[in-house]
Design a protein around this ligand. Structure first.
Ligand SMILES: [Zn+2]
Length: 424
C-alpha cells in the first residue's frame, strides 16, 4: 500500500490491533445469529510525509451504513463546545445574513443550528441518511452525500461557495484526503475561511490513545502533515488552536494560498514543538504498540482480579473507542456483563465483537456496581457528574486510558498485582 497523501510505499507499522469489526457496527439480537465481519486493524506511518493511516481493506460506504448510530447531540459537552465555536467564529469572521456557512459532516445539525439561530444561512453535507434527516427537521438544508472534490466543484458551480467551511471530526474519516482538500478549496469563496478540527497525533501518542484507532478513521494528523496537505491543495494554514476535545485536538484555520491575511505565529510555534517531540522521526512512532499492550494487560488483570474477588464491574459509554479497547483486550460479557449508554439508538443492541449488551443508565438504580469503567475517557468528567450519586453509594470510577486509573481508591494509581512479561 502507498501513502494516501504522497504515494510513498508504506513500510512502517504504527500499531497492529489484530482484527476487529467496525467500531460503530452495533448489533441487534437478530444480528447475533449471523456471522460478523472482521477487518484487519493495522495503522501505518508514512516515513516521508508522516501521515499516520489505516491500511486499505474496505470501501467507505461499507462502514457508514444507513443505521450509523453516532449522534453528536447526545454529548452535552460536545454541544457546548459547538455553541462556543459558533459564537467565536461569527465575531472573528464578521459573518452576517449575507454569508454562507457549509458544514461537512453536519451530523444531526448539532452545530449548524447555532448559525441558523443567529440568522446566518447554512448548508450541511452529511452522507448518513438517518442523521441528515434529523438536521433537516431543525430547518437545515442538507446534501446527503460524501463530500469530495466533485461535490466541492458542484457547490461552486451552483453558486454555493462558502464564507466559512467547517469540518469537525470529519478529516480523519476521509479516504481520499487530497481530493477532499481540493474540494474544500473549490467550495470556498475567495477570502473565505476553512476550519477543521481533528484529534492531534502528538496528543494521541503522548496519552496512549490507541483506542481512538478504528477502521472509520483513515488518517491521524500532525500539524506538519495537515499543513503539507493544505499547501499542496492550494490552501494555507494561517492559524491553529489547540483544543482539549477528544483527548487533545487541533482546530486549523485555512484560506486560499494567495489570501493576503497574515499567518499567526502559533502555526510556526506548534510546528517547532512537533519537531522537538520527534514527530518527523520514525523512532517516535515505535513504542506505541508496547504502551497499548501495557494498557490492555493492566485492564485485563484488573477485571480478572475483581471477578475473582466477587466484585461487579460494568462499563459506561458504548463509544467506538470502547469497542477498540474491549476487542483488542478480548473482554467479553463474563468480565463485563453490560455497558450503559444514554443514547436510545444504542440501547437494546450489543457491542460489536464483544457482544456485550447495551442497557439504559436507569438500570444502575437496581444494579449498582462496585466499579464503573468509563470507556469514553474524553467525556469522563461529564459522565462522573451525571453519576455522582453512584460514587456517594461507594461505586468507584475507573478509566483505562492513558493508564488504568481508579478514582477514590486507597491507591489512586492502581498497580495490578501481576506484571506480565511482554511477548510480541
Ligand atoms: Zn506520505
Amino acid at each position: 500500500m502507498n501513502c494516501r497523501h504522497c504515494a510513498t510505499p508504506l513500510v512502517q507499522t504504527f500499531i497492529d490491533l489484530g482484527f476487529a469489526p467496525p467500531s460503530n457496527a452495533y448489533l441487534t439480537a437478530a444480528d447475533l445469529m449471523r456471522p460478523e465481519k472482521y477487518y484487519p486493524l493495522r495503522v501505518k506511518v508514512c516515513d516521508h510525509c508522516w501521515l499516520v493511516q489505516t491500511e486499505d481493506y474496505t470501501k467507505a460506504d461499507e462502514l457508514f451504513g444507513s443505521d450509523y448510530a453516532y449522534l453528536s447531540s447526545t454529548s452535552s459537552s460536545w454541544l457546548a463546545h459547538a455553541a462556543r465555536y459558533v459564537k467565536q467564529i461569527i465575531q472573528q469572521l464578521r459573518l452576517t445574513q449575507d454569508s454562507l456557512v457549509i458544514e461537512v459532516g453536519c451530523n444531526d445539525g448539532y452545530l449548524l443550528r447555532n448559525f441558523t439561530a443567529a440568522g446566518i444561512p447554512c448548508l450541511g453535507v452529511e452522507p448518513t441518511k438517518s442523521t441528515a434527516v434529523l438536521a433537516e427537521q431543525v430547518g437545515i438544508p442538507v446534501i446527503c452525500k460524501f463530500f469530495d472534490e466533485e461535490l466541492g466543484k458542484q457547490l461552486a458551480k451552483d453558486g454555493n461557495r462558502a464564507d466559512l467551511i467547517v469540518g469537525n471530526n470529519v478529516y480523519a474519516h476521509v479516504p481520499d484526503v487530497n481530493g477532499f482538500t481540493r474540494g474544500l478549496k473549490a467550495a470556498l469563496k475567495p477570502g473565505g475561511t476553512i476550519t477543521l478540527e481533528f484529534p492531534h497525533l502528538m496528543r494521541l501518542i503522548e496519552h496512549n490513545q490507541f483506542d481512538t484507532v478504528y477502521h472509520e478513521h483513515f488518517s491521524y494528523f500532525s500539524l506538519f502533515t495537515a499543513e503539507r496537505i493544505f499547501r499542496i491543495a492550494g490552501l494555507r494554514v494561517w492559524n491553529v488552536e489547540e483544543l482539549p476535545t477528544h483527548g487533545g485536538s487541533l482546530r486549523i484555520f485555512g484560506c486560499r494560498a494567495g489570501d493576503p491575511r497574515p499567518s499567526s505565529p502559533d502555526v510556526g510555534e506548534l510546528l517547532v514543538e512537533e519537531a522537538r517531540r520527534g514527530l518527523q522521526t520514525i523512532s517516535s512512532y515505535k513504542h506505541f504498540q508496547d504502551r497499548a499492550n501495557q494498557i490492555k494487560n493492566d485492564l485485563l488483570i484488573f477485571l480478572l482480579e475483581q471477578k475473582r474477588s466477587g466484585k461487579k464491574v460494568v462499563a459506561y459509554g458504548a463509544a467506538a473507542k470502547g469497542n477498540t479497547l474491549l476487542n483488542y483486550a478480548g473482554v467479553k460479557g463474563d468480565l463485563l456483563p453490560f455497558v450503559l449508554d444514554a443514547a436510545g439508538a444504542k440501547q437494546g443492541k450489543f457491542m460489536p465483537g464483544s457482544h456485550i449488551p447495551i442497557l439504559p443508565p436507569s438500570v444502575l438504580e437496581a444494579r449498582r456496581p462496585d466499579y464503573l469503567l468509563i470507556l469514553p475517557w474524553n467525556i469522563a468528567s461529564e459522565i462522573k457528574q451525571q453519576n455522582a450519586w453512584l460514587s456517594e453509594l461507594g461505586t468507584k470510577f475507573v478509566t483505562a486510558v492513558p493508564k488504568l486509573y481508579i478514582e477514590e481508591a486507597a491507591d489512586p494509581l492502581y498497580r495490578p498485582s501481576i506484571t506480565e512479561p511482554e511477548v510480541r
